[in-house]
Design a protein around this ligand. Structure first.
Ligand code: NAD
Ligand code: UGA
Length: 464
């Protein structure tokens, strides 16, 4: 059993919230306090109605319902939680830098640094500080230096414990992880700290799935895992363009290669492009690190994964314009889905944003339906691109609460997220209410092509 009695997690986001909920659920003897500067987010985590949690993740409500108030707490009192904890997870955002040197590539570590400074200021007892955020390799050195130079003479051990959960499946990923990775110093104190964190996970994870390494291997493995996963998507998306040009079917190609046990079947689904808060940011970070180390060829190799992804999004939008007789000006295009994947309300880097932006440039009128994403989020996503004014975005994009209203009178439907419910719609009614010819551009390859063709749709899917 763990000797840790109090855990603090700084950052109550998509990682901190679910991860700490599961740690608390599985370790009823440990008090877990998740803190955040964002008061609204914390209020939402504490909402008595579990439907109002700030993030949508299947199964999360039940776990929060079980542990919250027992040994799981959400708070804005960062200092108190730091003071009380023997182990502190840093789970704050590490977005791509938008200013200064490394702009557009390097990870912005200002939030992580602030956490380190806060811990250094508050701590009066020894602490194990755990990097849960995804960080550039060697960040632990910077955190250590801050803690040791501005602290109160207390002992700090830094561990790297990157998170591998995927949104939409976070709860099952956390319940039965392929592996838990813990990196730490190779000193006696480092090994003792590693063991304390191993004990926390051992409450529910089999020992052979808990991997311990040196700290740099752990930091770099996280970036490497995301780079390999994203590379698979870009690889199959590159093939999707070849399929379209040759009459091959990308689903058949995926199946054929995925049955080779050396390749495996997962992450071979061709799409309008990968989104999410991490793939692009982490690969850009890897590119930046490689460049900084003078490894130009390595940098270029990984950068191509991002270039391919941007190309795939843009090609999808261009194909809509081309198919709709080279103009979408004044035409209604319905979007089914805005989230970057199904079963999440997260929209960060979603392909839908970029496709919408490109079609709005062509003067299309976009009507979006997504079962979980709020209208305010969609407008904020478009605003973030800074392509046009708020008023222009509002005029060009309409958010609908009902899919049948979204598609009514549309010239085309673009499927941008693979929500299961899209398959259950009454596609005959949808067809009857659309402008003819009625086009469907399936960016996720999820609809039944034969069924739609029989109804009369002009159906196109990525890679077909
Ligand atoms: P997020 O933006 O959802 O959450 C981060 C939270 O940290 C925010 O609520 C923010 O208010 C808070 N925060 C920032 N600075 C703070 C401070 N000084 N004090 C208190 N709170 C502070 O981000 P996320 O998606 O949870 O990602 C967090 C980290 O985990 C990132 O490094 C990311 O790369 C990594 N990661 C994310 C995923 C994922 O699926 N989202 C998976 C694995 C790893
Ligand atoms: C990804 C990784 O899968 C996680 O292991 C990692 O922890 C996380 O990034 C992170 O570091 O943030 P996530 O981005 O939540 O998780 O979701 P994924 O399931 O990886 O999907 C990413 C994007 O790729 C989505 O837009 C998805 O639709 C797309 N994708 C995925 C495809 O287009 N095809 C596929 O075959 C698989």
């Amino acid at each position: 059993m763990s000797t840790i009695k109090n855990i603090c997690c700084i950052g109550a986001g998509y990682v901190g919230g679910p991860t700490m909920s599961v740690i608390a659920q599985k370790n009823p003897n440990i008090n877990v306090t998740v803190v955040d500067l964002n008061t609204q987010r914390i209020a939402d985590w504490n909402d008595s109605d579990l439907n109002n949690l700030p993030i949508y993740e299947p199964g999360l409500d039940a776990v929060v319902g079980e542990a919250r108030g027992r040994n799981l707490f959400f708070s804005t009192d960062v200092d108190q939680a730091i003071a009380d904890a023997e182990m502190i997870f840093i789970s704050v955002n590490t977005p791509t830098k938008t200013y200064g040197s490394g702009k557009g590539m390097a990870a912005d570590l200002k939030y992580v640094e602030l956490c380190a400074r806060q811990i250094a200021k508050i701590a009066t007892t020894d602490k194990i500080v755990v990097e849960k955020s995804t960080l550039p390799v060697k960040t632990a050195q910077a955190i250590k230096s801050i803690l040791e130079n501005t602290g109160n003479g207390v002992n700090f051990q830094i561990l790297s414990n990157p998170e591998f959960l995927a949104e939409g499946t976070a709860m099952t990923d956390l319940e039965s992880p392929d592996r838990v990775l813990i990196g730490g110093d190779q000193t006696k104190e480092g090994q003792q700290a590693i063991q304390k964190l191993v004990d926390v996970y051992a409450a529910w994870v089999a020992p052979e799935r808990i991997l311990t390494t040196n700290i740099w291997s752990s930091e770099l493995s996280k970036l490497t895992a995301n780079a390999f996963l994203a590379q698979r998507v870009s690889s199959i998306n590159a093939m999707s363009e070849l399929c379209e040009a040759t009459g091959a079917d990308v689903n058949e190609v995926s199946k054929a290669i995925g049955m080779d046990s050396r390749i495996g079947p997962k992450f071979l689904k061709a799409s309008v492009g990968f989104g999410g808060s991490c793939f692009q940011k982490d690969i850009l970070n890897l590119v930046y690190i490689s460049k900084s180390l003078g490894l130009e060829t390595v940098a270029q190799y990984w950068e191509q994964v991002i270039i391919m992804n941007a190309h795939q999004r843009s090609r999808f939008a261009k194909n809509i314009v081309k198919t709709l007789y080279n103009t979408v000006s004044g035409k209604k295009i319905a979007f089914l889905g805005w989230a970057f994947k199904k079963d999440t309300n997260d929209t960060r880097e979603s392909a839908a944003i970029y496709v919408a932006d490109q079609l709005i440039d062509e003067q299309a009128e976009i009507h979006v339906f997504d079962p979980k994403v709020k209208a305010s989020q969609m407008y904020s996503d478009l605003g973030y691109l800074q392509s046009r004014s708020e008023a222009e975005n509002s005029a060009a994009l309409t958010v609908e609460n009902d899919p049948y209203t979204a598609v009514k009178g549309a010239h085309a439907i673009a499927v941008l997220t693979e929500w299961d419910e899209f398959n259950t719609y009454d596609w005959q009614t949808i067809y009857d209410n659309m402008n003819k010819p009625a086009f469907v551009f399936d960016g996720r390859n999820i609809l039944d092509a034969d069924k739609l063709a029989k109804i009369g749709f002009q159906y196109q899917a990525v890679g077909k």
